[in-house]
Design a protein around this ligand. Structure first.
Ligand SMILES: [Zn+2]
Ligand SMILES: [Zn+2]
Length: 342
């Protein structure tokens, strides 16, 4: 089968002819129908984040049709539409048994530490193949498995409840889902903070109040909109110390800021004014959980979460085209999301 593989960091992805993977007794072989191209993939190709063992088939946002199942598989059968939870966890270790599978001692991510979905077929354990409702296109199912799921996890970490207000810093792939999911979970007002007028327009269409950080100090703008109070929940999805600080500074008394963007610089805060003086909380969010996917898929099935404006274009399984998208992601110039349709 054809597979797009990372052979060496810093070099373009290459198309290879590889065997269709073996199917273990509790595994599922999936014919890939959609595989997202994520900013993480650009980091793996560049070597900013390491992927192994090389050569490795990338692609962790995957949806498709079950082609064949192992002898002991009961949850799905051939012909089922599925999307794939990208984190392969043991289910038994201390972290898994406490429901924090993203810290599984033997956990492994598809398209990062084992072969992913930029290929015609992929094998995953049965528990990672989640039924994809007929109403959700494969392209959306793929993207739901990464940015949307992480946005939902961040909002759950923030303990958002109905009637609260939310500010989302950065309305890229994660942020567009975060805006819609915050509203689905009952947020009264959702502020979208970004520098990009096009993204702000889409966020407004999804129900957000836009704050253009080019012309306005976002902290002052959010305070102005909320009568000086601030927001109950702020999500930082960009990965900059500046916006992390702004997220904390927009909080109301007892507000919660969740950081899900990766920064390589330390964050400075005025701990009295920004945190303890108002009993604010700063919370980290890392990945997401299998148990969060049913609610996410139900929101998408009802179109409360609509990705039709997030999945900006599709491409064939072609090395040149995919490398071009990764080049764009390296320059921060890509449209919101591109999905490979093999
Ligand atoms: Zn991703
Ligand atoms: Zn485990």
């Amino acid at each position: 089968m054809n597979a797009l593989r990372l052979v060496q960091p810093g070099r373009p992805i290459e198309m290879h002819d590889v065997p269709v993977p073996d199917v273990g007794r509790r595994d599922v072989l999936v014919r890939v129908r959609a595989a997202g191209i994520c900013h993480s993939d650009a980091h793996y190709r560049a070597g900013r984040s390491s992927a192994s063992p090389l050569p490795l088939t990338l692609g962790h946002e995957v949806a498709g049709v079950v082609e064949r199942v192992g002898a002991d598989v009961t949850a799905v059968r051939s012909g089922d539409r599925v999307c794939l939870h990208y984190l392969i966890a043991c289910g038994d270790c201390l972290h898994c048994s406490r429901g924090h599978e993203q810290f599984c001692r033997t956990g492994s991510m598809i398209g990062h530490f084992r072969d992913g979905g930029w290929a015609e077929y992929i094998v995953v354990p049965e528990r990672n193949a989640v039924r994809l409702p007929d109403e959700i296109p494969f392209e959306h199912g793929a993207v739901l498995m990464c940015s949307s799921a992480t946005a939902l996890h961040a909002l759950r970490k923030a303990r958002l409840t109905g009637g609260e207000t939310v500010a989302v810093f950065g309305v890229g792939g994660l942020g567009m889902s975060a805006v819609q999911l915050a509203r689905a979970l009952g947020a009264l007002d959702v502020f979208a903070v970004d520098l990009d007028a096009d993204k702000l327009r889409v966020a407004r269409d999804y129900g957000a109040i836009s704050v253009d950080a080019r012309g306005d100090d976002p902290v002052a703008a959010v305070r102005r909109y909320t009568g000086g109070r601030g927001v109950d929940v702020a999500l930082e999805l960009i990965g900059l110390p500046l916006t992390m600080r702004q997220a904390v500074q927009t909080l109301a008394v007892q507000g919660r800021a969740v950081v899900a963007g990766l920064a390589d610089e330390p964050l400075e805060l005025d701990t009295y004014r920004d945190l303890l003086g108002k009993e604010a909380e700063l919370i980290g969010a890392n990945d997401h959980l299998l148990q969060e996917l049913p609610l996410l898929l139900e929101f998408a099935r009802r179109r409360v979460l609509d990705l039709s404006r997030v999945v900006a274009r599709t491409l064939p399984l072609d090395a040149g085209a995919v490398n071009g998208v990764l080049d764009e992601l390296d320059r921060f110039g890509a449209p919101v999301r591109t999905v490979i349709v093999p």
